[in-house]
Structures are given as structure tokens and as C-alpha cells.
Design a binder for this molecule. Structure first.
Ligand SMILES: C[S@@+](CC[C@H](N)C(=O)[O-])C[C@H]1O[C@@H](n2cnc3c(N)ncnc32)[C@H](O)[C@@H]1O
Length: 301
């Protein structure tokens, strides 16, 4: 992010505050970090950690914002912030989402079929989707957001099963997906339910839609030479980041009848990462969850 002393930085995904604290370190006592998270529990944990690390003084140069980052421009404008030097997106779930059974993200634990990153701001749960969506909508979600080839078979099995009793828990869905898979494919590299759970989580939290909507806001908010950095963990997110950044690097050549093209009239950023930065073998050995991470970065012209 190339942050300097006195800079204003935005952490779009505060989590437990690891990156925010690094950013606070980089911008120093004269700078400020605004950090978004839609999960109130994470904001509370991060606040405590920041206070422990930087003391009460530190809390004066950190502003937590309990909001979906899709409202970034509006929420920052409300605080009088219209231009920033760096914005970071560390997308997806935090480890604490996966390890707490009551959040319903993991099929490895019995829990309610919830998957909302924000229990305060989101209304729709994964159980609502599997119990009420049509078979074809379920198949589309599982195919598009999970890239699951057996999406139709799984959607059909879900609809058959829910006629007997609605789905309430993670293990009920895991068991159904496991048995919807042909026996010879049930013990592959990843568990059969992995893709279906990913798809539902993306749908519940509108993850791709919010990412598409926030990236133009981020570029707009950047001061000249400010940087936007995004770390994504699956190809659907990475594709959105890649295409958006590319669209901002060239003159628009869309014909006039394209009313809502994504291109900018003239290039507004330069991409700093020709191909995405990925973790070294050493980092993956230390932190296996980093293995799918892809980082892309761009600088405002
Ligand atoms: C991968 S974790 C970030 C971890 C963080 N970088 C750290 O150092 O602890 C992603 C965090 O972003 C939050 N999050 C994901 N999507 C969000 C969104 N659209 N709006 C606001 N917060 C979001 C999640 O609740 C989670 O706490």
C-alpha cells in the first residue's frame, strides 16, 4: 500500500484487526485508519486488540465503521472523508467465522444453517434459501457461486428432502450433499459439500455484488498515487477484481449505445500486479489457509 506517515487509510475488512494495526503502524500518530466490518463481534474484538497494542491514544486514530463496505463512499463522506491514500480489501470470511459453529459457515461443525456475516444487518439466512428457493434458482446459485458440476442433482435432492422437513442445521445439508454425490466421488480432495457451502455463503452475503459495487467507489476515493489492494480467496472474486482494474486502465472504446459501461473515459489507475501476487511455499506451510490467496493492486494516476 506504500503508506506514509500522516496518510489516511481504509481497511474495508477489519476482521480481528491484524491489517488495520499494520496500517496504523505505517501511517503513524499523524495518520488515521477507517475500518469497516459488517460483523459487530469482530469490531469489538479488534477494538480491544487495538487498545491493548496502541493504548487509548491509538483509539483516537482508528475509526471502526459497522457497515457493509458497499456503502463505503457514503459512510466516509458522512465522516467528512472524501479522499484517502490507501484502501485494502481482505475478502471473505475470518477464521473465527469458520470456527464458531453457531455462525453456520462450516459443515465440519453442527450449527444453525445461518452463514450471515452480519447478524445485525442481513436478514436472509442460508436456511431461508434452501427452504424456499425454487429448484432451478438453487441449481443456478450452486452452479454459479460454487462452480459445482452436480448443481442440478443437489438442488433436486434438496427440494425432495425439504418436503419431509425443512433444513435447520449445517450437518443436515452436509449429509444431503454427501449422499447426492455418486459414491465413487465422495472421497475426493475436497469434501462434496465444499462448493455448495461456498455458493450459499456468497448468495447469503451478496458477496460478488457488493464487491462489484464498491470497487468504483474505492478508485474514486483514492487521492493521486493512492493505492487499492485486494486479496481474494476464490476465482469468482479474483475475476471481478482483475476485470475491474483492467477496465480502469484504458480509454473507453464502448459504442455510445452502451449506457452503463464500466470503463473510464481515460485511464485512472495503473495496475501494479501484472499477475496476482500469491503466497510463497514458506507462507503456505506456516499458514495453510493462505494457499488460495491472490493479491492485486493498483495505483491512482
Ligand atoms: C478475511 S477477514 C479479514 C481479516 C483481517 N484482515 C485481519 O487482519 O484480521 C474478512 C472480514 O471482512 C468482513 N467482511 C467481509 N465482507 C464484508 C463486507 N461486504 N462489508 C463489511 N465487512 C465485510 C468479515 O466480517 C470479516 O471480518
Amino acid at each position: 500500500m506504500a503508506l506514509k506517515s500522516g496518510d489516511i487509510a481504509v481497511d474495508a475488512t477489519l476482521g480481528l484487526g491484524g491489517h488495520t494495526m499494520d496500517m496504523m503502524e505505517a501511517v503513524g500518530p499523524k495518520g488515521h485508519v477507517y475500518s469497516f466490518d459488517q460483523d459487530l463481534e469482530h469490531i469489538e474484538v479488534a477494538r480491544t486488540r487495538i487498545k491493548e497494542t496502541f493504548g487509548k491514544e491509538g483509539l483516537k486514530r482508528f475509526t471502526p465503521i459497522h457497515s457493509n463496505f458497499v456503502d463505503m463512499r457514503e459512510r466516509l463522506h458522512d465522516l467528512g472523508v472524501t479522499s484517502v491514500n490507501g484502501i485494502l480489501f481482505d475478502l471473505g470470511l475470518a477464521l473465527s467465522h469458520l470456527t464458531r459453529p453457531e455462525r453456520g459457515f462450516s459443515f465440519q461443525h453442527e450449527g444453525p444453517l445461518d452463514m450471515r456475516m452480519s447478524r445485525e444487518l442481513n436478514l436472509l439466512t442460508a436456511a431461508d434459501i434452501v427452504n424456499t428457493y425454487s429448484e432451478s434458482d438453487l441449481a443456478d446459485i450452486i452452479f454459479q457461486f460454487g462452480e459445482e458440476r452436480l448443481s442440478r442433482k443437489i438442488a433436486k435432492a434438496i427440494v425432495e428432502q425439504r418436503k419431509k422437513a425443512p433444513f435447520a442445521t449445517t450437518k443436515q445439508l452436509e449429509d444431503l450433499v454427501f449422499h447426492a454425490y455418486p459414491a465413487n466421488l465422495r472421497h475426493g480432495k475436497s469434501h462434496p459439500a465444499t462448493r455448495t457451502f461456498q455458493a450459499l455463503r456468497i448468495a447469503v452475503n451478496s458477496e460478488l455484488e457488493v464487491l462489484e459495487n464498491v470497487l468504483p467507489q474505492a478508485v474514486e476515493l483514492l487521492a493521486p498515487h493512492g493505492r487499492v489492494v485486494a486479496i481474494s480467496y476464490h476465482s469468482l472474486e479474483d475475476r471481478i477484481v482483475k476485470h475491474f482494474l483492467r477496465s480502469q486502465t484504458r480509454d473507453c472504446v464502448c459504442p455510445p449505445e452502451v449506457l452503463r459501461c464500466e470503463c473510464s473515459a481515460t485511464p485512472v489507475i495503473s495496475v501494479l500486479t501484472k499477475s496476482p501476487v500469491t503466497p510463497s511455499d514458506e507462507e503456505v506451510a506456516k499458514n495453510p489457509r493462505s494457499r488460495s490467496a491472490k493479491l492485486r493492486a493498483a495505483e491512482k494516476i
